[in-house]
Design a protein around this ligand. Structure first.
Ligand code: GCO
Length: 446
């Protein structure tokens, strides 16, 4: 490992995503995405909520900017809704949609907060899903066109960009098992969606670079994988899970090649000439989301997948239950592993999401004393510092999330915010963790 790199100041950030906070699904000429289809499907969302009104940031974005100013963050990670700016996923831009992001970017810059948008946080235009979605290679080229359109509109003021957020969730939960949009259950036949999202990332990186961007990166979700026991079967299952969840997403980007999928009995990726070169185009930052470690056991012989996620023994857990154990040292482990595995090929890491949900009331009259969240964040920031002291280059730390928001299939039932949101009225009330993070940032700077 290289010498400690903890002298460079860490930048502090906080994240949201368009579909989770904007509401206003039928305003401003917005088109439909696979998440509109998801929330409209009876029974798909746990509490039947539709992401509206929720935080309603389409109308209340200035309140968000005011909160960011109070918090004193260096940057704000938000996402751009593809269907707000290009309603059918092809063709001309929707000026009203672009105007919204123009206003948001200008308000952030006026407030001294660096805008760090994500181009794609899961809300694929429904029209493109109708043509095969991420199973179709063409979607990568449509994403490149959309990237050019955004770079053209905002690239004079925005220099920092994340391309694609958590392709692992889209591929495995969206196309393989159907827990998330677009609710397909293709199992290993979903694997082309991995390649096409990574290709989209590479094409987009090249376009953003041409438009003068200085900081570009993908955002992947990574986990520390632990076998449930010492048995050979559990070790093999954990190895397969590590490949499918971590390495398949990191290695094409960082090393220019896929791990050996054939050895696991998985179909090959639909790689064409030059794809891997495009996918491994140099980036400036590697966005890494971390929530929890994952304990893996061998699955039952009749199971269609070669592993099973089981509870991590002895760990406290978040509001999501035993499958979201709280183990901050697992974050250090992931970061040090990355440095060991990818060394010089690894650009500086940005922790692009880290946070936790806990059971909290729907409406409040004052600040919630969310000590569990403070403990979670404190432990994980310390884990990041540990990794930096061990030589891992980490430039940024981002809390998920600024606001309580629409947690996908869980609807409004999981609250991740530093700020409580009453999802019926949009009212925002900072929690104790908001003050804690503000103070932490101030102290870290002094
Ligand atoms: C992502 C995440 C977020 C979630 C958060 C809590 O894709 O970046 O899934 O959108 O809200 O991870 O589950």
């Amino acid at each position: 490992l290289p010498l400690a790199d903890s002298s460079r100041r860490l930048r502090w950030s906080v994240a949201t995503a368009a579909f989770q906070i904007e509401g206003a699904r039928e305003e401003g000429g917005r088109g439909r995405s696979i998440w509109d289809d998801f929330v409209d499907a009876p029974g798909a969302v746990r509490d039947g909520s539709t992401a509206e009104p929720g935080p309603d940031s389409y109308h209340r974005y200035l309140d968000d900017v005011e909160l960011l100013t109070q918090l004193g963050v260096d940057s704000y990670r938000f996402s751009i809704s593809w269907v707000r700016v290009q309603p059918s996923g092809v063709g001309a831009a929707n000026p009203e949609g672009l105007a919204y992001y123009d206003r948001l970017v200008d308000a952030l810059l006026d407030a001294g907060v660096t805008p760090f948008p994500t181009l794609y946080h899961w809300d694929l235009p429904s029209t493109l899903e109708g043509r095969g979605g991420w199973l179709d290679r063409e979607t990568a080229y449509r994403f490149a066109d959309y990237s050019a359109l955004i770079a053209d509109a905002l690239g004079d003021r925005v220099t920092d960009w994340y391309t694609i957020n958590e392709p692992v969730s889209t591929s495995l939960q969206g196309y393989a098992i159907g827990e998330l949009a677009p609710r397909r259950q293709l199992l290993f036949a979903s694997l082309p969606t991995v390649h096409h999202q990574l290709l989209a990332h590479g094409l987009s990186t090249r376009i953003l670079r041409e438009c003068g961007a200085t900081t570009i990166g993908i955002v992947n979700n990574h986990t520390a994988v632990r076998p449930a026991s010492n048995s050979a079967a559990d070790h093999e299952a954990a190895f397969a899970y590590d490949i499918l969840h971590n390495r398949v997403f990191a290695e094409p980007v960082l090393l220019g090649g896929y791990p050996d999928l054939d050895a696991l009995g998985m179909p090959p990726m639909p790689v064409l000439a030059d794809d891997l070169e495009i996918i491994s185009t140099t980036t400036d930052v590697y966005g890494l989301n971390f929530y929890n470690p994952t304990t893996i056991a061998a699955s039952a012989p009749e199971s269609p997948v070669p592993f099973e996620v089981v509870p991590t023994p002895g760990a406290a857990h978040t509001g999501f239950g035993p499958e979201w154990p709280i183990v901050p040292s697992a974050l250090t482990e992931v970061l040090v592993d990355f440095q060991t595995r990818y060394g010089d090929r690894l650009p500086p890491i940005a922790i692009a999401e880290n946070g936790a949900s806990f059971a909290e009331p729907d409406s409040v009259t004052g600040p919630i004393d969310d000590v569990d969240r403070i403990g979670y964040l404190d432990g994980h920031i310390a884990a990041v510092e540990d990794a930096r002291e061990r030589g891992v280059r980490i430039d940024e730390y981002t809390v998920w999330s600024l606001l309580d928001n629409f947690e996908w299939a869980e609807g409004f039932t999981q609250r991740f915010g530093l700020v409580h949101v009453n999802h019926a009225t949009g009212e925002r009330t900072p929690k104790a963790s908001f003050d804690w993070y503000r103070t932490h940032i101030q102290e870290a700077r002094s």
